[in-house]
Design a protein around this ligand. Structure first.
Ligand SMILES: *Cc1c(COP(=O)(O)O)cnc(C)c1O
Length: 381
């Protein structure tokens, strides 16, 4: 089955009792047993729920894996991965990491004796140098937030294989439509389902996909033991969102290209970070491992005056100022004062997070309207 067909059909079957074409919302905590232990595969909804099962199968199919596991948030799904580790184990991760993941690693799991190293993964030599005999996990996020850096997944997979550790990839920014890390040698794919997979800014959820039975069993044990599972209503909403994932991602990419071309020529725009631009530092890797470049991008303004950025942020009418991404509606955000405000200014500047850096999640509106909106906002500078 090809991607669009899977997005619509994978995991879902007409309801056996009524023929309902949509998987029902099984709003139940428990299941009646004919005799102790004599049940239909469902005992308690933390462990299994039919609506969640359908979604987990659909996600596994879209990521070319064999097992999907859903969690109550993206963070809960990363938390489950770290629970595979024990004190003394080490993780090598990217230095341009989602803030919540950095917080989970350093503020929670360092306290339990897991060690984390953050390196610039654009150069694989940095990763190789950070690996020791205690390294159990290489943790990759690509494209990264907010500078849209691209990390070569196949190269990281070779390193993981050589050093006998797992490779986990946060695939939130790309979605399986643009990139399938398991095909490139990753062991675990993670999603903040909240973003493109849900796609409608109405659900918070996370997911893992693997294609190894033993690893799936360990993660399912953690999923059930820790209990951060999503409810059936949210699973239903994501199943509905998935049915248009291919169409949405096509349009996000088309609109992304139009907006990137407009910004790249605008006299007030300084740097533009979108992996589809031939001038992007990692364009070659992006073109190799991704099937398109999506609708996430960021840019800075000439002169780098914070007040100019604030004028643009206050000036847009369609682009709404908000955290998150991947919904049908366009959003914009200001890393220096929002997601990355806790990082000292010098360190931010060193990492390329200028005062005027603005991040866009380009939505599915008509691209002409999006360009006109950005144009009138930039005119206020
Ligand atoms: C949002 C996000 C997360 C966290 O997911 P939640 O669903 O908010 O818990 C992790 N990684 C990336 C790249 C994200 O954008």
């Amino acid at each position: 089955m090809r991607f669009g067909t899977k997005a619509i059909h994978a995991g879902v079957e007409p309801d056996p009792t009524t023929g309902a074409i949509m998987t029902p919302i099984y709003q139940t905590s428990t299941y009646v047993q004919a005799a102790p232990g004599d049940h239909k595969g469902y005992e308690y909804s933390r462990t299994h729920n039919p609506t969640r099962t359908a979604l987990q199968k659909a996600l596994a199919a879209l990521e070319n894996g064999t097992h999907g596991l859903c969690f109550s948030s993206g963070m809960a799904s990363i938390d489950a991965i770290v629970k595979l580790l024990k004190p003394g184990d080490e993780v090598v991760s990217t230095d341009d990491l989602y803030g919540g993941t950095y917080r989970l690693f350093t503020k929670i799991y360092e306290g339990f004796g897991v060690k984390f190293k953050f390196v610039n993964m654009s150069d694989p030599a940095n990763v190789a140098a950070a690996i020791t005999t205690n390294t159990r996990l290489i943790w990759v996020e690509t494209p990264t937030n907010p500078l849209l850096k691209i990390i070569d997944i196949a190269v990281m997979a070779e390193l993981a294989k050589k050093h006998n550790c797992w490779l986990g990839v946060d695939n939130t920014f790309a979605s399986p439509y643009l990139q399938t890390p398991l095909d490139l040698g990753a062991h675990i794919v993670m999603h903040s389902v909240t973003k493109y997979l849900g796609g409608h800014s109405d659900v918070v959820m996370g997911a893992l996909v693997v294609k190894d039975d033993a690893l799936a069993e360990r993660l399912a044990f953690i999923q059930n033991s820790s209990g951060a599972t999503p409810g059936p209503q949210d699973c239903f909403l994501v199943l509905r969102g998935l049915k248009t994932l291919h169409l949405r991602m096509q349009r996000h990419g088309e609109n992304g290209k139009v907006v990137a071309e407009f910004l790249s020529k605008h006299p007030k725009v300084d740097k533009l970070y979108w992996p589809g631009l031939p001038t992007h530092v990692n364009h070659a890797v992006a073109a190799r491992q991704m099937r398109g470049f999506g609708g996430m991008m960021s840019f800075t303004l000439k002169g780098d005056r914070m007040e100019d950025a604030l004028k643009v942020l206050a000036g847009t009418e369609l682009f709404a100022l908000a955290e998150s991404l991947g919904g049908v509606e366009s959003l914009l955000g200001h890393p220096a004062s929002m997601t990355h405000a806790s990082i000292p200014r010098e360190e931010r500047m060193r990492n390329g997070l200028a005062d005027t850096l603005i991040r866009l999640s380009v939505g599915l509106e008509d691209s002409e309207d999006l360009v006109e909106d950005l144009k009138q906002a930039l005119d206020r500078v």
